[in-house]
Design a protein around this ligand. Structure first.
Ligand SMILES: C[S@@+](CC[C@H](N)C(=O)[O-])C[C@H]1O[C@@H](n2cnc3c(N)ncnc32)[C@H](O)[C@@H]1O
Length: 193
């Protein structure tokens, strides 16, 4: 039954109501990207991977499906998206995924081994498409969140892996080295020295 949900992008989107499905093309990671990324982010069976801004949980759920022996965590500031993620998790019956309703600023990065980041702060910039108006967006917050993420990435251990999707890399400390690029450069893999 679970395989059926992951048989296509369209099928997976039926886990969500139309309002969430409508956001997928712009805001949720495509299935083929998730499938590729997990081989990099979960090199060991027990890897603990954090999705920085997990939305409705699409990346985390797909990652947990493809890597059942790793643990995936999603942190998300919008409570209603966390509820959609939890509902989808319950329908799928996936156990190795956990959603936290928090701002990224509150999260201790040293609890995790590796990280995924799909340009989560972008909607703070002017003239960008917002997910909704339930949170404050501003260019000041864009800079603040990027600075905060940079400082957190400084605290993580050597060997930590980071995958960025559609991200300009403003928040990546110089200790992270670019090791691979995919999807015409939109997907980048980094390893901390
Ligand atoms: C582009 S979406 C990606 C969702 C998910 N990673 C995926 O690929 O399916 C980015 C998400 O990050 C969340 N976000 C943005 N800033 C955040 C912050 N400071 N703390 C927690 N979540 C944040 C947004 O609410 C949004 O749901």
């Amino acid at each position: 039954m679970m395989d059926q949900w992951f048989s296509s992008e369209k099928q997976l989107h039926y886990l969500y109501p139309p309002s969430i499905r409508a956001l997928a093309a712009r805001h949720w990671t495509p299935l083929e990207i998730s499938k590729m990324v997990v081989d990099f982010l979960a090199p060991e069976n027990n890897s603990r991977v954090l999705d920085i801004g997990s939305g409705a949980g699409k990346f985390c759920l797909a990652a947990a499906y493809y890597k059942p022996l790793a643990e995936f965590f999603g942190v998300e500031q919008r409570k209603h998206l966390v509820i959609h993620a939890e509902t989808a998790k319950a329908v799928l019956g996936i156990k190795n995924v956990h959603f936290l309703h928090q701002n990224i600023t509150q999260v201790d990065f040293t609890q995790f081994d590796h990280f995924y980041f799909f340009n989560s702060f972008y909607e703070n910039l002017e003239n960008t498409e917002k997910i909704d108006d339930s949170v404050t967006c501003s260019p000041q917050l864009y800079n603040y969140y990027n600075r905060c993420l940079y400082k957190k990435l400084v605290t993580v251990a050597p060997g930590t892996r980071l995958a960025t999707f559609h991200s300009e890399g403003k928040m990546i400390p110089p200790e992270f080295h670019l090791v691979e690029e995919h999807a015409a450069g939109l997907l980048k893999y980094w390893v901390k020295e």
